[in-house]
Design a protein around this ligand. Structure first.
Ligand SMILES: [Zn+2]
Ligand SMILES: [Zn+2]
Length: 260
């Protein structure tokens, strides 16, 4: 690592089903199968710097991400919430730690740890669980998590990360945030926000993540210097020009994002 710049890389930019969806033959899913521009793994980011590195979330595509990025071990993983698309890779991570005879370090709020333990009670044999309700330090970042509304799916957590005056936030699974939940999203250099659809027509009570149109309105209010949308379903087609403002983009897994 040495002088590695602070940066993040999207390991996954998809919604819970990923793209292509197994049952679907829409244009976007077919493009994803044939060419792959729209292929999306379940949402996750790798954060790297000279001070260390960590992943945010560990969904069922974790193993695939390790292979694509040529990684053999990851020591630190921060978890946003205990939905399968964000934790489904934890048993494989723990298994790899066992084979390497090393321990993994998992960071999440206590209530998320409790839910993870309910699903995978054997994980502490390989993983140390850190309850981070009071905030924590990782790879030189000061990190604070807070609860955000996740619609019909209940609640998730978002994280605000600061280092040397730079502030960014990761909020992949949220909708209709209250003023209090929005507060830590003000004054950001970069906001990474989940937007599953461009315009989701389903009834509000059935929804769980912002759509692009709502997200653009939210950005007007929050005024981050830059924003990247992730957690995208097969509704979003990267071949299409959505005429987003210049400081707003759709996440892609090819390019690193500098954090400075
Ligand atoms: Zn999700
Ligand atoms: Zn979720």
């Amino acid at each position: 690592m040495g002088s590695k710049a602070d940066q993040l890389t999207f390991w996954g930019t998809g919604d819970a089903m990923g793209v292509p969806r197994v049952y679907c033959e829409c244009e976007v899913c077919q493009e994803a199968r044939l060419h792959g521009l729209n292929r999306r793994y379940r949402s996750s980011v790798m954060v790297e710097s000279a001070d260390g590195s960590f992943l945010i979330d560990c969904g069922p595509d974790w193993r695939e991400g390790m292979e694509r990025h040529g990684e053999r071990f990851v020591e630190h993983i921060v978890v946003t919430h205990a939905h399968f698309d964000h934790i489904g890779g934890l048993p494989e991570w723990a298994d790899s730690c066992r084979w390497l005879n090393r321990r993994g370090q998992l960071y999440a709020p206590q209530e998320v740890i409790d839910l993870i333990m309910g699903q995978y009670p054997w994980l502490p044999a390989q993983l140390d669980m850190h309850a981070i309700d009071q905030g924590f330090e990782l790879a030189g970042w000061h990190i604070v998590g807070w609860k955000v509304f996740h619609g019909k799916n209940g609640y998730a957590y978002a994280y605000r990360l600061t280092k040397e005056g730079y502030a960014w936030a990761y909020c992949s699974d949220a909708i209709a945030l209250s003023e209090e939940q929005k507060a830590p999203l003000h004054g950001l250099d970069l906001l990474i926000l989940g937007t599953s659809f461009y315009e989701e027509k389903a009834e509000f009570s059935t929804r769980s993540v912002y759509d692009v149109k709502e997200a653009l309105a939210l950005l007007q209010e929050l005024q981050p210097k830059r924003a990247i949308f992730t957690h995208m379903s097969h509704d979003i087609d990267l071949r299409r020009d959505y005429r987003l403002p210049v400081h707003v983009g759709l996440a892609d897994i090819g390019t690193a994002v500098l954090l400075k």
